[in-house]
Ligand binder design. Structure first.
Ligand code: URA
Length: 190
């Protein structure tokens, strides 16, 4: 399992399926445990992530880690975090649909290896790609939707919470609902 994961990451390092590989510093493949029952999917690396090669390490990432800690989740212990695109879009623009399409095969392979029971989409970009094209985070956050044997849930992107802290109580409710769902369907008790 770990071998297959490392092999996939090494293949992804060489990917040139879209132009983002030309302007990135580091590939941001993902972080966490490779047999996690819960996986988080963001949008794409920002400047700090590009420099460090790890998802969610800037201010948004620190906020995400606090929400995770509130429900006993930890990127080093029991979850996996990835993004829709593995290379930083210039000037932190949204990844284009064709870039997401070019990159999604890597995420599919990661999901096949990790086999999460729950995938949490952080923000509109991943929720619209992975849950439904018309997903509205403000209206549908916190709802669990089954697709192909995996439960998906969309919640606010940490950057959106930094911009609008009034949304933090709603986000906390989503994380508490996630904890309840983990206790209901996951094997590990955290
Ligand atoms: N925003 C994202 O969506 N992903 C990251 O890794 C960092 C910021």
């Amino acid at each position: 399992m770990a071998d297959r994961y490392e092999q996939l990451k090494a293949e992804c390092e060489k990917c040139e399926k879209c132009g983002l590989c030309k302007t990135r510093t580091n590939l941001v493949f993902g972080v966490g445990v490779t047999d996690a029952e819960v996986m988080f999917v963001g949008e794409g690396p920002g400047e700090n992530e590009d420099l460090q090669g790890e998802p969610f390490v800037g201010r948004g990432g620190q906020l995400l880690d606090k929400f995770l800690a509130a429900v006993d989740l930890d990127r080093k212990k029991n979850i996996y975090i990835a993004n829709m695109v593995k290379c930083r879009p210039p000037q932190n623009r949204d990844p284009k649909p064709e870039e997401q399409e070019a990159c999604i095969g890597w995420l599919r392979e990661q999901t096949r290896i990790i086999k999460p029971k729950i995938i949490v989409c952080l923000g509109r970009i991943s929720a619209q790609k992975l849950i439904s094209a018309d997903f509205r985070v403000t209206q549908q956050h916190g709802q669990f939707i089954e697709k192909g044997g995996i439960l998906f849930m969309g919640t606010f992107h940490p950057a959106a919470l930094l911009r609008d802290p009034n949304r933090k109580p709603d986000a906390l409710e989503d994380f508490l609902a996630l904890r309840d769902k983990i206790n209901e369907i996951c094997d590990h008790t955290y």
